[in-house]
Design a protein around this ligand. Structure first.
Ligand code: UDP
Ligand code: MG
Length: 318
């Protein structure tokens, strides 16, 4: 059971925004009717939007001082925008949600109830997903299966970034500054008491999904390579396997030579060269993937760059 009462509780809502002008007013309206009875702040992170999203949020701020806006210097992507929002929260809990109303604000009281019961992370499980194409559903399913086989950190299936996290989880995330971010996995990795609640995922209220197939694959690869060393170990296993085959073939070749049948074998030679060559190339590729990631992390660049802030009184951790 959590000690903070609903009355003194301060809730931070974090919303990454990339061209969501039609969604923001509706989202704000629905959020407001849920949040009325709580102390709260709504932090919009403008991730380099090129439409009038920022202006709409500025207008909301003029009427309602719980609205805050951080504009990034360019588009840094969904995961970085959330990171920036979390870095600037003041709340006892933070709730991360998308701007497109796929994550219903009406679920917030239920999330808070779980938090009151003592959970540090309340994630949401999509029971039904409406308006998403078959490819996305199949690839998402496959992705969770693979990642959970490969990685020692278990990531729940059909779970997005829509979740409530407690102050200590936020603080841990603030000190976890890895560049290749897959927040869902990082939150699972942090631990504490976590629970899922189910909901029906509606389709996007307006506009297009900002996640292209390439973006989705990038996020998937981030999850795979930052949460598992298994691909790297597979390289070693592959090497041992092909070495064993090599030894077996050597014995066979010796026997054939001793018998004097040495002309045959051209095709097997070609097959062997091709096979070994490809094993080596794949292995190099996998090693390269990790090397590239070490390089990216090694640069220690900031995860995002803030252009301007609205509604924040004092300088916060960025
Ligand atoms: N988003 C963002 N930066 C990006 C892409 C998306 O801040 O580069 C935001 C977007 O405005 C939305 C959320 O992240 O609030 C989720 O994006 P989207 O709905 O396009 O993803 P999907 O639900 O299709 O996975
Ligand atoms: Mg969406």
């Amino acid at each position: 059971m959590n000690k903070i009462s609903y009355k003194s509780l301060y809730i931070s809502i974090v919303i990454p925004v990339f061209n969501e002008e039609t969604n923001i007013p509706v989202l704000y309206h629905r959020l407001n009717s849920v949040l009325e009875s709580y102390r709260h702040e709504i932090i919009f992170v403008n991730d380099g939007a090129t439409d009038s999203s920022a202006t709409i949020i500025e207008n909301l701020y003029r009427k309602d001082k719980s609205v805050k806006l951080i504009s990034l210097s360019r588009n840094f992507g969904h995961q970085m925008a959330i990171t920036c929002g979390l870095d600037n929260t003041n709340g006892d809990v933070a709730i991360i949600m998308d701007a497109d109303l796929q994550d219903p604000p009406e679920l917030i009281p239920e999330m808070l109830k779980k938090w009151r019961d003592g959970f540090d992370v309340v994630y949401t499980v999509r029971r039904v997903r409406i308006g998403e194409n078959r490819f996305k559903l199949i690839s998402a399913n496959l992705f969770y299966q693979i990642i959970n086989i490969l990685s020692s950190t278990k990531i729940p299936k059909n779970v997005g970034d829509f979740r409530l996290i407690s102050k200590r989880v936020i603080e841990t995330l603030r000190t976890t500054r890895e560049y290749q971010r897959f927040l869902r996995g990082m939150v699972s990795w942090i631990g504490f008491k976590q629970i899922g609640i189910e909901y029906k995922r509606e389709k996007r209220y307006a506009g297009q999904s900002k996640y292209s197939t390439t973006e989705m694959s990038k996020l998937g690869l981030n999850a795979l390579f930052s949460f598992s060393l298994l691909p790297l170990r597979m390289v070693t296993v592959l090497g041992i396997l092909s070495a064993t085959c090599g030894v077996a073939y050597l014995i066979y070749a010796l026997i054939v030579t001793l018998r004097g049948d040495t002309v045959r074998g051209w095709s097997s030679l070609v097959v062997l060269i091709l096979f070994l060559g490809s094993v080596q190339l794949i292995s190099l590729g996998i090693i390269g993937e990790y090397l590239g990631r070490i390089y990216e992390e090694g640069k220690h660049r900031p995860l995002y760059i803030v252009d301007s802030k609205l509604g924040f009184t004092k300088y916060k951790f960025t």
